[in-house]
Design a protein around this ligand. Sequence first.
Ligand SMILES: Nc1ncnc2c1ncn2[C@@H]1O[C@H](COP(=O)(O)OP(=O)(O)OP(=O)(O)O)[C@@H](O)[C@H]1O
Length: 575
Amino acid sequence: MVRLFRFLKPYLGYVSITVALLLIQAVSELSLPSIMADIVDRGVRGGIDGVIFLSGAKMAAMTVIGVIASVGVGFAASRTSAGFTRDLRQSLFERVQSFSLAEFDSLSNASLLTRTTNDVTHLQHIVSMFLRMLLFAPVMGFGSLVMAIRTSYSMSWILALAVFLVSLMVVVMVVVAMPRFKLIQGLVDRLNLIGREHLDGIMVIRAYGAESFEMNRFDEANSELTAVNLFVNRMMSALHPSLTLVMNGCSLLIVWIGSKHVAASSLEVGQMMAYLQYAMHVIMSFLMISMMFIMIPRAAVSAKRISEVLAVDPSITDPEKPEALEASAGSVEFRGVSFRYEGAEEDALCDVSFSMSPGETVALVGPTGAGKSTLANLIPRFYDASGGSVLVGGKDVRALSLAELRSRIGFCHQKAALFSGSIADNIRYGNQNADEAGIEAAASTAQALDFISELEGGFESRVAEGGSNLSGGQRQRIAIARALARNPDLYVFDDSFSALDGRTDARLRAALKKRTKSASVLVVSQKIETVKHADRIVVLDDGRIAGSGTHEELLLLCPLYKQLAESQNAAEVRS
Ligand SMILES: Nc1ncnc2c1ncn2[C@@H]1O[C@H](COP(=O)(O)OP(=O)(O)OP(=O)(O)O)[C@@H](O)[C@H]1O
């Protein structure tokens, strides 16, 4: 938690203003009961009108000062807490941006979202509350205690009794409710995870009629969270009437014992009234301090979850002295590359070696789970190889700056992720400097021009969140155009043609060949039809290279390739 204090640094000016205003507010509030005592004892009972007017004016002035200070505290504390959380969210976002896929694998996306939203908002409330209470409560508590003892020493035991009872309530609260506080955040994570999976997989859920299963799953997580929240809130709501009971009991005792003192002329009525108010301030301040102690562990849970994200050192970073790439750097070489996912028992890639030169189209084919996407992900350093090395433009990718390396690659993912915005925006994502002609040319090569021109808004047509208003094949073509708009030295198409029909696939490959003459192209696919025209085909099986050559050579020499080709032919014949 202490580590997050650095985010308060830029707001120390506002913190100082808050502290100064809090002190003014405390002093003004502390002065009111004794002024009131003066009005009652000397003004009303003593019949001196001047005291009533003068002290009344003093009281009014102190109240106005207190109110102004309190409003100022509100402004300064809100400014500090809002700025603190904005910076914190920004830092979290930047840190998450720098994560490699390995970090995303280890910290779940749902948890990352909760940490960036719920936990940060939770801290915002706490910072704002702390700023208002941290200084105010002790100053008010201590000041009221001194003033109360000065007013009547003999009634101090009533205060001691009240403080003891409030402490008892707080201890019970800490022991019973605290473990639940820690549970809540984890349960919110789970609820978010289920919520996200539900939205992402809504079609599958409907197709399989799994609505009631999902409803139960959500209901279970929701009920668990509700139960814990209810328990905590019940505890909190029990605290309020118990506290009122203690305060009323304390007031009753003060009036009862105080009136005896008044009767014995050892205390004035006004002093008794002032004592009553100071006693209430002491109890309230003590309660505020106790609540802060309750909130600290709660805040610590959120702060720890946020610090965990900020403390993650991205495993993939720029080298200290990055090497520069040649102007054209399309060659790729895998030298004895092995890769194992964190926590996996077996290598996903084992001793993989092959290379491709500028102008060459290499296809990577293999059964599902063979390691094709894993291999493709090593080129832009989404993951780093566990053994061996990957070279781009003759340089080890780990010796290059990530920005430079990735700027040379047009990477098209298996899942064509689109962003909300226009079609042109999505294509321009690959190259911010691309002009209209460049975007149109990329769309034309990607065989997207036909369907885009049929849309009412053309390139300015809106793409819904995740591209949900487009078909799978249309999404893939826009994603391909995005990679093409970049005009890179090296293209990686990771199963990017899977949703295209045979005719479009063939036209796209022909157009690609023309456009990517000097670039190297890696096409990952399971479809023999997509890969068979490549200059070279590398067959991957269970993370190892099972064969390499042209379509014709592999049909003769690689049993796995032959098997894949025959099974797909048979499937085509059947259909
Ligand atoms: N993030 C991950 N964490 C752990 N294991 C993974 C992860 N991603 C993939 N794997 C495992 O690595 C192996 C290779 O997966 P990969 O996705 O590279 O296969 P693929 O050949 O691309 O398959 P497909 O053609 O079905 O997409 C599989 O056994 C898979 O279970």
